[in-house]
Design a protein around this ligand. Structure first.
Ligand code: SAH
Ligand code: F3S
Length: 481
């Protein structure tokens, strides 16, 4: 597994082809609100984590509601919105390069409106306009309601032929702790799995992390509304729902906590599987564990970011748990839910990380034996607490070596765990045709492993029992029995 620029925990596509038409809707998200004086055709390009994919669905909803259209190809667009990620430096570099490319297109089509949305818009603000002065719109995650107003105003500029250099960019960068977009219906791609944002922002302030600065304070959506949302998703044909939040398990609505939400949503008739990402270890309450153990639709898979196996490093990261507390939590989880699949996020080379501290991470990964892991080199982010107070002093080569070591370790653990599954039979939710072989389907196990198997009578959306014949570190290969 490589260092991942993006956080595609459940999203293998580096770049989403969002927005997609609504399940029963017309192609290219044709407007449901009728004609519009300055109706624009908008192409949304998504970088980063699932929260961004979910935000792009929200943006598509907002635009469509106000009479704009979303299109699936850049060639058909007169507006391109790049929904960006700021989590690591290479994520931002990728976007800057993409913007340069879009600027070439704009030179040929001066009427093209280019917008930068999401975390990087919020993070880089003015700097972005210096590096990419051709950008017309810069909008952070809490300002998407202003998209229609922004497009109207920019479209007027285009139509009155104001020269490119004289156009004022539209800025929407206010963070709003009350914005939860509860009334907006996102436009999702038709499919098996739907992502549902249940919480926005983050209050944790890990010292390495830019998220609290670009996404603002934590806020949860009302439980009753989320249950209704899931009912609608099931009606639309989705079999699996993934609840999304930065610290998803710190969810609360009055007296209801995350465990209550899991029970309530898990009970929705017709929902096959319920997942969530990402929980914070410090918020892994008994109520969450009970719901995972008892609610039949809640998958027995937990993505539990460790970050480091050294208590000292965790302390510098302000993760609010010790290595020992994390180990006890894993023990408890495995006691209560013996077949639980565990995955994690690891950062190597954080400020001041010594060889011995790194080895504690290595040892912890060897002991816990995660099913899989996303592993990253520390990337200093301007504006974070670490950037202000802790020197980024682990040499790049050392970061690279450490990353390689844990990747090698994790690959061999993942391969071992998977090969131990050979001969067994696992339920798999069929998601679609295999990309490599039109005679095969692919799907996910309850523990979120990819399984590939020859097509059978049960089609996409069905749960089939697959006998595992063969495995790699990343895939289970078998037959429907
Ligand atoms: N709570 C969020 C975390 C978002 S960031 C969630 O899991 O949804 C995802 C992962 O990126 C983090 O768990 C961390 O491992 C990694 N990460 C965050 N900031 C980073 C940085 N500055 N450098 C390297 N990796 C980072
Ligand atoms: Fe970032 Fe820590 Fe929140 S990793 S998203 S500040 S829990």
């Amino acid at each position: 597994m490589k260092d991942q620029t993006l956080l595609p925990l459940y999203n293998k596509d580096k770049q989403s082809d969002l927005p997609h038409p609504p399940p029963q809707g017309s192609q290219d998200g044709a407007s449901s609100a009728g004609t519009h004086a300055h109706a624009r055709r908008v192409y949304i390009e998504t970088y980063g984590c699932q929260m961004n994919v979910s935000d792009s669905e929200l943006m598509a909803g907002i635009l469509t509601q106000s009479g704009h259209q979303t299109v699936s190809h850049l060639d058909d667009a007169d507006v391109v919105l790049v929904n960006t990620c700021a989590i690591r430096e290479n994520a931002e570099t990728k976007v800057i390069n993409r913007l340069k490319h879009l600027n070439h297109r704009k030179r040929r089509h001066p009427e093209l409106i280019i917008g930068v949305c999401g975390c990087m818009a919020q993070h880089l603000r003015d700097k972005l306009l210096d590096t990419a002065p051709y950008v017309d719109l810069v909008m952070g995650p809490d300002a998407y309601r202003n998209l229609p107003v922004a497009l109207d105003s920019l479209a007027r500029g285009v139509e009155s032929h104001v020269s490119l250099t004289d156009r004022d960019p539209f800025l929407g960068l206010r963070l709003d702790k009350n914005e939860d977009y509860a009334d907006i219906a996102p436009i999702r791609k038709e499919g098996i799995r739907a992502w549902l944002t249940i919480q926005r922002g983050c209050d944790k302030m890990c010292t390495f992390c830019i998220v609290p600065f670009v996404r603002g304070r934590e806020r949860s959506l009302p439980l009753k509304l989320l249950v209704e949302d899931v009912e609608k998703l099931v009606d639309q044909g989705f079999k699996e729902v993934v609840l999304l939040g930065q610290t998803v398990n710190s969810y609360h609505d009055d007296s209801a906590d995350f465990g209550d939400l899991l029970y309530a949503v898990g009970d929705v008739n017709g929902l096959e599987r319920l997942r969530f990402t990402s929980p914070h270890p410090a918020d892994a309450t008994d109520s969450m564990i009970d719901a995972m153990a008892s609610s039949p639709s809640v998958c027995k898979h937990l993505h539990l970011p460790l970050q480091s196996g050294s208590t000292e490093v965790l302390d510098r990261m302000r993760r609010t748990y010790t290595a020992e507390e994390y180990r006890s939590l894993v023990l408890k989880l495995r006691e209560r839910i013996p077949d639980i699949a565990l995955t994690t996020d690891i950062i190597v080379g954080f400020c001041g990380e010594t060889d011995a501290e790194f080895m504690e991470t290595y040892q912890m990964m060897a002991d816990i034996r995660y099913d899989s892991a996303f592993m990253f080199k520390y990337s200093e982010r301007e504006g974070t607490l670490a950037h202000k107070a802790l020197p980024d002093d682990v040499p790049e080569t050392v970061k690279g070596e450490r990353l390689e070591q844990i990747i090698k370790l994790q690959e061999s653990i993942s391969a071992d765990i998977n090969s131990a599954a050979v001969g067994g039979t696992v339920p798999v939710l069929v998601e679609g045709e295999s990309r490599r072989d039109a005679d095969r389907y692919h799907g996910k196990t309850d523990g979120f492993k990819t399984a590939v198997f020859p097509k059978s009578d049960s089609g996409i959306g069905a749960v089939v029992n697959v006998r595992i014949d063969n495995t790699t570190a990343h895939t289970l290969i078998g037959q429907v029995v």
